[in-house]
Every structure is written in structure tokens, then in C-alpha cells.
Design a protein around this ligand. Structure first.
Ligand code: NI
Length: 136
């Protein structure tokens, strides 16, 4: 009997969407305000979903305290109040779009979650714009 458990977290970070292979004009045209030269911030809401069998000994899919600690240690401590482009190794060469941030968060957490369990990341960049990885 599989159940999905959800943990919601939050972090603030700055970014700039910019493709160095393109001209300034093309970057502005494609990325608009998110190409702002001096960066800008977002209040990211992060939802981590773990799907798996309920452990009959605990009644849990995963201990929420353990999940919360994993997210803090591997994701929010790393990205909260940071400039993603300048302060993190993960986005030195990767454009920090919501899509890429969700993929990176999945990679950071995947190795710490039981391989028999499914992991999905939902990332809200704004109230209305959010992404999910892996795709359904
Ligand atoms: Ni932005």
C-alpha cells in the first residue's frame, strides 16, 4: 500500500537568467525582467514528495523529521539567502530557471532517499508559476 508524503519548505534566493552564448538583446528578449543585470529575488516554495510503502513497524513512509533535516542540510542551507548564480557551484554553468533548480534539488536529495521510494520536487517561483520534476 503506497502513500505519498509531502514536506513543504521555503527559501529566498536571487538569480539572473542569462545565456552567455547570446547577445544582450536576445537575453533581454527571451528572459525579460529575469535577465536584470543586477539580479532579483524570489521567495521559493519547495514541496518534496516521497512515495513508498508504509513501514508496518512505524506506520511511516519516511520520518518527517528525517525528511525535514535532509532538505535543510542539502537544499535550504545551501540556497537560502544566496545569489544562485554567484554563490553556488550548482549554477555556475547552469541557468537557474525554476526547471533547473527543481532538477538540481532532486539530484541533491535523491541519494539520501531510499531507492525503492519515488521522489518528486515541486518548486514555486511565484504563486502562479511552478514546476514539477520528474514530470508526470
Ligand atoms: Ni526570476
Amino acid at each position: 500500500m503506497k502513500v505519498t508524503v509531502f514536506r513543504k519548505e521555503h527559501f529566498n534566493a536571487a538569480h539572473r537568467l542569462h545565456n552567455p552564448a547570446w547577445s544582450d538583446e536576445k537575453n533581454l528578449e527571451v528572459f525579460g525582467k529575469c535577465n536584470n543585470y543586477n539580479y532579483h529575488g524570489h521567495n521559493y516554495d519547495l514541496i518534496v514528495e516521497v512515495t513508498g510503502e508504509v513501514n508496518p513497524e512505524t506506520g511511516y513512509v519516511i520520518d518527517m523529521k528525517v525528511l525535514s533535516d535532509l532538505i535543510r542540510e542539502h537544499v535550504t542551507d545551501k540556497f537560502d539567502h544566496k545569489n544562485l548564480n554567484l554563490d553556488t557551484e550548482e549554477f555556475k554553468e547552469v541557468i537557474p530557471s525554476a526547471e533547473n533548480i527543481a532538477i538540481v534539488i532532486h539530484q541533491l536529495l535523491r541519494k539520501h532517499i531510499d531507492p525503492l521510494q519515488e521522489l518528486h520536487i515541486t518548486l514555486y517561483e511565484t504563486e502562479r508559476n511552478f514546476v514539477r520534476y520528474p514530470a508526470r
